[in-house]
Design a protein around this ligand. Sequence first.
Ligand code: CP
Length: 316
Amino acid sequence: MKNLIAIDDLNKSEILSIVKRAEVHIKNELKVTGSLEGSTVVTLFFEESTRTRMSFEMAARKLSLGVLTFSKSTSSMTKGESLRDTIATFESFGVNALIVRHSSAGVPKQISEWTDLAVINAGDGAHSHPSQALLDIVAFRSAIKGEIPNIGSFSRKDPDDFSGLKIGIVGDILHSRVARSVARAFSKLGGEVILCGPPTLLPNFWQEFQMVTDLDSVISEFDLVMPLRLQLERASGGFIPSLSEFRHRYGLTTDRVEKIKDSALILHPGPMNRGVEIDSLVPNDPRALVNFQVRVGVPTRMAILEHCLKRDYENE
Ligand code: CP
């Protein structure tokens, strides 16, 4: 069993192995496979989710895994049972993997230290969201390889190497686990990552990437632009003057997308605050991959489950 807590658990070759396995599942139209039959995963989501939870559960079923859905509000945690005892209960059932989302950074890592079951981080606080970054790579590669009808007008010589590509992640970087995972994942494949946002939402502890506060000065350079959801639930206020000011300076508005290269791609991890970090019509732009990102969530998470449950697919 392997854990997937953060992108840094994977080297470049492991990232590409998972991504290419996801591409096999896409090519096979998510054909059901039975090789993991008999294993069981549990989804433990202590924070709301639509895409991640549903796509992990669908991915597990495509792999013939058993799926248990844990809900804190209907569990014995409401009677005071601890998280550690809850994990021990699942261990006793004989399940194989725990897929964990939590609003506090570090919970999946803590769980992984309590158990020998595989632990997959489905998003923890502002720390990490590795499966999102991997599916973003799958979506981006499909576009640059010209595999999505009408999207992606630039051809890359080598989709395994993002060197020479500029990746712009824009907005609420400080509170974003997606930013942390996407930046690490794309840079491991050679991409140049630029983080852009108001000074109050750029983490000053993160020196690894170039940080820019003037979006309009750099947006025309980006090959990929990813506006992030402004995380009002994590920000207690005081980070931006107003939503309209944020939109004016950092929103992917219909006017601002005119400045993006014709060949560039627009990704948003979702859920979107339409009219804040992205205008309502922008996801319909021919360069936008927003719906495609969701579509590749299931095959990517199939590949992640296979990776963590040690499915040997190298010879298939
Ligand atoms: N992108 C993402 O994590 O979406 P959900 O919160 O709906 O899972």
